[in-house]
Write a new protein. Structure first.
Length: 84
């Protein structure tokens, strides 16, 4: 009886893994359909934003449709997170 329950549990886990794999591979409707954000062209450089850190004296540009977040840090470290 116990081995039957273990086999059923393993079968269920494998089935769920296969279903999730199919959904995320884009085979089924509603899954990822091969849209790769890296394949999209970035905004023109003239549209990029600039970030300047006066304390550590650096500047960099990032795409205008990205988000920038300054994380709370110690006196010796400055962390800036840029993400899509």
């Amino acid at each position: 009886m116990r081995t039957t329950l273990v086999k059923i549990a393993i079968g269920g886990i494998v089935s769920i893994a296969i279903i999730l794999g199919v959904i995320f591979s884009g085979i089924l409707p509603g899954g990822a359909k091969g849209t790769n954000p890296a394949a999209l062209p970035p905004p023109a450089l003239s549209e990029w934003k600039s970030y300047t850190n006066e304390r550590f004296q650096y500047t960099f540009k990032y795409p205008s449709d990205w988000y920038l977040n300054e994380l709370p840090t110690s006196e010796a470290v400055g962390i800036v997170q840029v993400s899509t």
